[in-house]
Ligand binder design. Structure first.
Ligand code: NAP
Length: 248
């Protein structure tokens, strides 16, 4: 589905990002992904996938997505390395959950800068290249928390709701240039991000999901790869919820 495509994924060293990297390689793409802290995991992933798919490339790039200059350099270098970037997945994200009354400015800024600021930082240096190429696909990872809200997540929900507005507005701007911009809104997916939740909270969450289970990273990656592919050539400005039928 992605044969010959060049894809950049932010935050590919763990969780959903890793599943997207794996799936995009499986679908035939050359893939580069960024990481920040998880260097060993990132290097291992890139070397494992490069060995498994010897005619494709898988590159890990150490880059803090909140650092505009570093991101700009990474994107520029990747364009010269790959010759083009056909797809971008804005996936890197964090949580700093706490009720708003107790939320520090640092907790607010940290989440907004990482989750929403990174979308600017990664997309801005790439968009003119995609215009020049007269094509591209951008997939932003938002969350059901942007749609329903969630206790203790005013910072996170605001950052993810910002991504939805960004997705719809940018898609309107760049559709004439054959650039598609969509978002995927996962529900509760079993990754390190849920590690902060205690067993009672997890049980409560499962009881609110129609399918009565958490999602897996492989529930998300195929949809992201579909949206990156030409099979989704007439889909833009959409927010696809993948949440097992959540009723928060
Ligand atoms: P995760 O397992 O915690 O992984 C987060 C990834 O983001 C890691 O690869 C991490 O890299 C990277 N990252 C974080 N801050 C970064 C920074 N400043 N610069 C570069 N990379 C950075 O999280 P996940 O569950 O896979 O989440 C992936 C995306 O899905 C996030 O946007 C999240 O908000 C969204 N989402 C997740 C869920 C869920 O239930 N899991 C639900 C809805 C939406 P390092 O480890 O290398 O630092």
């Amino acid at each position: 589905m992605l044969k010959g495509k060049k894809i950049l994924v932010t935050g590919g060293s763990r969780g959903i990002g890793t599943a997207i990297v794996r799936r995009a390689m499986q679908e035939g793409a050359d893939v580069a992904f960024t990481y920040l802290h998880s260097m060993d995991e990132a290097h291992l992933l890139a070397s494992e996938l490069s060995a498994s798919y010897s005619s494709q490339r898988c590159l890990s790039i150490e880059c803090d997505v909140t650092d505009m200059q570093a991101m700009e350099t990474a994107v520029k270098n990747l364009i010269s390395e790959f010759g083009a970037i056909d797809g971008l997945v804005n996936n890197a994200g964090i949580t700093r959950d706490v009720v708003f009354a107790r939320m520090s400015r640092a907790q607010w800024d940290g989440v907004l800068n990482t989750n929403l600021g990174s979308v600017y930082n990664a997309t801005k240096p790439l968009i003119l290249q995609m215009v020049k190429q007269r094509g591209g696909s951008i997939v932003n990872i938002t969350s059901v928390a942007a749609i329903y809200g969630n206790n203790g997540q005013t910072n996170y929900s605001a950052s993810k709701a910002g991504i939805i507005g960004f997705t719809k507005s940018l898609s309107a701007e760049v559709s004439p240039q054959n650039i598609r911009v969509n978002a995927v809104a996962p529900g509760y997916i079993n990754t390190d991000m849920l590690g902060v939740l205690d067993p009672d909270t997890l049980a409560y969450i499962k009881s609110r999901i129609s399918m009565r289970r958490l999602g897996n990273v492989d529930d998300i990656a195929p949809m992201v790869c579909f949206l990156l592919s030409d099979n989704a050539g007439y889909i833009t400005g959409q927010i696809i919820q993948i949440d097992g039928g959540i009723t928060l």
